[in-house]
Write a protein that binds this ligand. Structure first.
Ligand SMILES: [Mg+2]
Length: 370
């Protein structure tokens, strides 16, 4: 694509707030500034998990989704703070208002992340880099928070770019630089490549985009299924997905393909716990509750089934999601089959989002943590 100078490229910015929940807490509580801080579940209860760690806490190796107990072990003086989602949501709306000065093509990915299409910007600035700079500055001046921005011609590269100079970063990857950039990129940095897939690639001797590029599209599909087609395109810097301003969340899901087929109910339950945690984090991030929980099972012979259960009111707590998924799984057994993939999704959000808006702040703070 670099040798097509006439081609009209889109201008895409990916903005990602730096350690968002932790930064808001440090902004609002001066005594927390400069301290190792975890926003998330208490380390005392079972199942408490780190939602966000401050940069001071990250120095000790603390990361998102890590059990709070482990975080405490890594840094005994770390301070735990319960999330205030209502506060984060309010800040998120202010950030979105800043974006909307430049474009209406805003696709939020969560409270602290969004894609912006500024191919045509409202202020006729023209330069996506300049716009990203102005947005970062406005967030700093008006909200006393920092954001990192990635600028490129498509969503995939913009998202990877925003992570490069974090925190308070700005990275531009132009059309002529994309292919070389993708070739050097380690496979685990490819957005959408999970741990299991990354390991599978490494076992096959695929470590970077360059290695990935040596495979034909058919080979990639053979090894990685439908995702293979996406890898084929993405490694060549091709991503035609539009920025979707009104994308409605109809369902939230997480799934995992296993390196080895699962054969025992204990292994399956343990995996369901992990998947439930991921779904749960996403629901919290979007402030959603779903009335239907669906379990997806793919057997080693690729046969796939789904089972679901609906509730009279929305759920988003770890215990219910995990227990329901396990119950649905148990009800499909005994199937003398090996399982290669498990997934959990929540759907049927319906009017719950609206209802949630009407609820008081205290009601919104029911957490899955501890
Ligand atoms: Mg972030």
């Amino acid at each position: 694509m670099g040798n097509e100078p006439e081609k009209h490229h889109r201008k895409i910015i990916h903005i990602d707030m730096d350690a968002f929940y932790a930064s808001v807490e440090q902004r609002d509580n001066p005594e927390l500034r400069g301290k190792a801080l975890v926003v998330g579940g208490s380390p005392e209860g079972r199942g408490g998990v780190v939602a966000t760690a401050s940069y001071e806490a990250r120095k000790f190796g603390i990361r998102s989704a890590m059990p709070s107990k482990q975080a405490l072990h890594l840094c005994p003086h770390v301070i735990f703070v319960r999330p205030r989602f209502a506060a984060y949501k309010e800040v998120s709306q202010k950030i979105r208002a800043i974006f909307s000065r430049y474009t209406d093509l805003i696709e939020p990915l969560s409270l602290d992340e969004a894609y912006l299409d500024v191919t045509e910007d409202k202020l006729n600035i023209g330069s996506a880099i300049e716009i990203a700079q102005q947005i970062k500055q406005a967030i700093k001046d008006e909200l006393q928070l920092t954001a990192s921005a990635g600028v490129s011609i498509n969503k995939f590269v913009a998202k990877i770019a925003s992570d490069i100079n974090k925190p308070d970063g700005l990275k531009f990857i132009g059309p002529s630089a994309i292919e070389a950039f993708m070739e050097k990129l380690p496979v685990e940095k490819f957005f959408g490549v999970g741990k299991v897939t990354a390991q599978k690639m490494k076992n096959m001797g695929i470590h970077t985009g360059y290695d990935l590029k040596q495979l034909t599209e058919d080979e990639l599909v053979k090894y990685f299924g439908k995702a293979g087609r996406f890898y084929y395109q993405i490694v060549r810097g091709i991503d035609s997905r539009e920025v979707q301003p009104h994308r409605e969340t109809k369902s939230l899901a997480a799934e995992d393909t296993f390196a080895y087929d699962l054969t025992t109910i204990e292994e399956m339950d343990a995996e369901l716990d992990k998947i439930a945690q991921t779904v749960c984090n996403r629901l919290q991030n979007y402030q959603l509750k779903g009335r239907t929980i669906t379990l997806k099972i793919k057997y080693s012979d690729f046969k796939q089934i789904t089972r679901n259960q609906s509730f009279t009111s929305g759920v988003n707590d770890l215990e219910t999601i995990s227990a329901t998924a396990k119950r649905l799984l148990a009800a499909t057994l005994p199937e003398d089959k090996k399982i290669r993939l498990l997934g959990i999704s929540l759907s049927n959000f319906g009017d719950i989002v609206q209802k949630q808006k009407e609820e008081k702040e205290t009601d919104q703070l029911k957490l899955p943590f501890s």
